[in-house]
Design a protein. Structure first.
Length: 843
């Protein structure tokens, strides 16, 4: 932003507030912008989450914002595989027509969707969900379905929601397959890690085959053999049980099934587990005793175990560390939390209040009135705005309508809001776990099919196969296993569309590529609101206008839905008239409409964009979805929202959400939107009895199998374990394509132990070939003692193309040319990126 000097001097740049988009922490940033360039970037001290902290990575975000990678026109693939630029009008018309054709001939299940916004681009994902609902599509997946679905399943069965750790206050923290020094995931990760390390009364336990930066700081580094985390964590839990370090009173008060679980761990051979995982038994026992003696314990698992053998079992086992010690709902422990809008759990805490007969009658009557009154409410607003000859009456009529709507909302909002909002939230979120994919029968959890199986839903002659694929702000051809098979799948589709800022590896396979505005050129937010007891969010205002030729995703999706003609335009126009009358009138019209016509609930982002969104002015229509999210949060957690400073009269009213939305909209640094007490974590438990249900039969069976199955996946042909996707100082995700952004490890070195390097005749800087069942690649070697013998690693985020004057440059290894779907989690199909059998050859 440039402002004129009042004294007539030269214009002065002003710091603008935004956020990092490279990991789920989304640290607050301040940015100076000049000529569309992010010239200076620093942490924002006013951000309620990061409080001025940032790592080194976002300081070079201009490499994402500017460069030769940016697209400025829709691209259409020619028959020979090359691309031509076309107009937006032509692109949207053709895509809509081809979508209608696919759905008309094969039904909505023939359309698949991959994506949803990555690390900070989530408004577009909500509107993408509306497009899929308009098409009747149900095949949906994204990167979470090659990472987090196993843990999510365990969460749903244990207590029904997502958990987070109070790491700033934990006496003992346990990181399983997690290196927060580089990957973060913990707010203010590096200061928090340093604080734990300096405090003699606290302890850090790291389970990792590699001596990572976090492991270097740990009090206990349990350096497991690659792929043996399950035996390590099982041993820790078994020590707690066999040495009676569990909180029996807490378990009796708050859980079911504890006796069966305790019996299962009493039979675990701790010495055998130690031998299998390669960690001395004495060290395992000492670490477990430290957990058992602690007043609070918090754990964090990540991709190091989630993309390795026994990943779902490990999720269950690591949660037993804090459950059996009763470390929940207290300072330093684990907790469930509120959401602005849920991406991995339930949006609504279970209502444990006893409802009277009169309350139930009142709700039924109010909902019936909503159903009957939807049309008349919209029509009244529409007719009022059509009375051009009676302009003198417009303001009195508007005030009358507002007053009537306000009184109605005050009287019936609490009675009707929850069931109506539940329908909207459930249709747009990933809540729920049921069914199987149409072709392969892969299990669906949180409405996601296993991401790695999507090519198998395409490459078949099955009548229910996916024939059209929409990819939103994602790069599955590069980021999912077996890139060659993904390219083959794209070739067999009837239609493929990619929405992105760059001509990615996936875009180069698509029929159409639609250029999106960057994350700094539009209103945007992240839905990684996973904090407790104070939860916060940040709405990011555009730092500049969209690059010429690009569009924000919500606009793209709205224009496609316009062309599909799945929504009666009269309804949209009437809702627009209601929005012009005032927020209360619009709320009454909108909520009654989606209640009376449930199919429209899944199209809420579109309806909001085309009605309420227009009242915010051109370029600001996406704020309407933020308005809805604010109200959903206020409806779901009225007490916590009020405690954050947004209380309204009457309590639990429409005004509570209005107050919250206004704060989110105007506080560019971010806002604390809920404040809970530690005991309030119990409100978010989703089981009707309010207890943890500890028995998951399938996983107790796996625990028995664990002691019997000592399978190794390496062979004489492939004797190494390759961890594909190590997070390093200058790797983040693939949205930064310009290799110049990396200050260190520019080539993405293959890390290998000194002994292995010596046996192969390799030295740092030498080229080496990595060979797997799927393919091979050449990488530069880094010899380092952080690696165990037999274990090698390559970083994530490499191997992407970047335009140069002489063509496209590709730096580093594209990991998924080396991976396959041969080895995946038995429950949820999570690929073993961190456990790829390989061999290393001198070049």
């Amino acid at each position: 932003m440039i402002t004129d000097r009042s004294d007539g001097g030269p214009a002065v740049q002003q710091w603008q507030k935004t956020a990092c988009i490279l990991c789920e922490c989304n640290c607050g940033l301040e940015v100076l912008v000049s000529d569309r360039k992010l010239t200076k970037i620093r942490g924002d001290k006013e951000n309620p989450g990061s409080q001025g902290y940032s790592c080194e990575k976002p300081l070079r975000l201009d490499y994402y914002q500017n460069g030769r990678h940016r697209l400025t026109a829709p691209m259409r693939r020619r028959a020979d595989g090359t691309y031509e630029a076309i107009s937006w009008e032509v692109a949207l018309d053709e895509i809509a027509a081809r979508l209608r054709d696919v759905v008309g001939r094969h039904g909505g299940d023939a359309v698949g969707f991959y994506g949803g916004g990555g690390q900070g681009n989530h408004l577009g994902g909500a509107h993408g969900r509306a497009l899929m609902n308009a098409l009747g599509a149900r095949v949906y997946t994204n990167a979470l379905a090659q990472e987090k679905t196993g843990e999510n399943w365990v969460d749903q069965l244990l207590y029904g929601n997502h958990t987070t750790g109070d790491f700033e206050n934990s006496e003992v923290v346990v990181f399983v397959g997690k290196n927060p020094w580089q990957s973060h995931g913990v707010a203010r990760a590096r200061p928090v890690l340093r604080e734990i390390g300096r405090d003699p009364g606290r302890a850090m336990i790291v389970i990792d085959p590699r001596r990572s930066e976090t492991a270097e700081m740990a009090d206990f580094h349990l350096q497991v053999r690659p792929g043996t985390d399950a035996w390590c964590v099982a041993a820790l839990v078994a020590v707690l049980v066999q040495e009676d370090l569990v909180d029996h009173a807490w378990l009796a008060d708050h859980t079911t099934g504890a006796a069966r679980v305790l019996d299962a761990f009493r039979g675990i051979d701790i010495a055998g587990c130690a031998a299998q995982c390669g960690v001395p038994e004495d060290l395992l026992r000492t670490a477990a005793r430290r957990i058992g003696a602690a007043k609070s314990v918090a754990t964090y698992e990540d991709l190091g175990v989630q993309q390795a053998p026994n990943s779902t079992l490990v999720s269950y086992l690591q949660k037993m560390l804090w459950i059996l010690t009763g470390s929940f709902g207290k300072p330093g422990g684990m907790a469930m939390h509120s959401w602005l809008f849920p991406i991995a759990g339930s949006w609504y805490p279970v209502d444990k209040r006893k409802r009277s007969d009169s309350d139930r009658i009142r709700r039924r009557m109010a909902l019936a009135a909503m159903g009957i009154g939807a049309g008349p409410i919209r029509k009244f607003a529409e007719q009022m705005h059509k009375q051009q000859r009676l302009q003198w009456m417009m303001e009195p009529l508007r005030l009358l309508a507002l007053t009537s709507a306000r009184l109605t909302l005050n009287e019936f909002f609490e009675a009707t809001a929850v069931p109506i909002a539940t329908d909207v939230a459930d249709r747009l979120s990933t809540r729920g776990s049921s069914g199987h994919s149409p072709v392969t029968g892969a299990p669906i959890i949180s409405r996601l099919i296993p991401a790695a199986t999507l090519p198998d839903e395409i490459l078949t002659d099955h009548p229910a196969r996916v024939r059209a694929l929409w990819v939103d702000a994602s790069n599955p051809v590069h980021s999912l296993p077996d890139s060659a098979r993904w390219r083959q799948a794209f070739e067999s589709l009837d239609l493929s569309v990619v929405v992105d800022v760059a001509m990615t590896e996936t875009a180069r396979c698509a029929d159409y590529v639609l250029p999106a505005a960057s994350q700094f050129e539009k209103w945007e937010l992240s839905l990684f609101t996973m904090h407790f007891p104070h939860n916060h969010c940040q709405l990011r205002a555009p730092l500049m206008a969209p690059l010429e030729g690009t569009k924000p995703e919500p606009e793209i999706y709205a224009e496609i839905i316009d062309r599909l003609k799945t929504v009666d335009p009269t309804i949209v126009a009437q809702l627009g008239s209601a929005a012009q009358t005032g927020p209360e009138v619009f709320a009454l019209a909108f909520f009654s409409t989606v209640y009376s016509q449930p199919d429209l609930a899944g199209l809420a982002p579109y309806l909001l964009y085309r009605s309420l969104g227009e009242t915010f002015g051109a370029g600001n229509q996406a704020l309407a979805m933020v308005w809805a999210m604010a109200h959903l949060a206020a409806i779901a957690q009225p007490g916590a929202v009020a405690a954050a400073g947004f209380a309204a009269e009457p309590a639990n009213s429409f005004a509570l959400g209005e107050n919250l939305f206004e704060a989110i909209r105007t506080h560019r640094e971010g806002v604390v939107f809920t404040v809970d007490e530690y005991r309030d974590a119990w409100n978010y438990v989703q089981h009707g009895d309010g207890r943890f249900h500890l028995v998951i039969p399938e996983l107790l069976d796996e625990l028995v199998r664990l002691e019997q199955d000592h399978q190794s996946y390496t062979t004489a042909e492939f004797p190494f374990v390759l961890s594909a996707g190590e997070r390093r100082a200058f790797t983040a995700n693939v949205i930064i394509r310009n290799p110049d952004w990396r200050r260190r490890d520019a080539q993405g070195a293959l890390r290998i132990s000194p002994r292995d390097a010596g046996e192969l005749g390799l030295a740092t800087g030498d080229p080496a070939r990595v060979v797997t069942e799927a393919g091979s690649a050449v990488a530069v070697v880094e010899v380092t003692d952080v690696m165990q013998d037999g274990h090698v690693s390559l970083p994530n985020g490499m191997g992407v193309s970047y335009p140069s004057p002489d063509g496209d440059d590709v730096v580093g290894v594209a990991l998924n040319e080396l991976t396959s779907t041969t080895l995946v989690d038995k429950f949820w199909g999570t690929p073993w990126h961190k456990h790829v059998p390989a061999r290393v050859e001198r070049v």
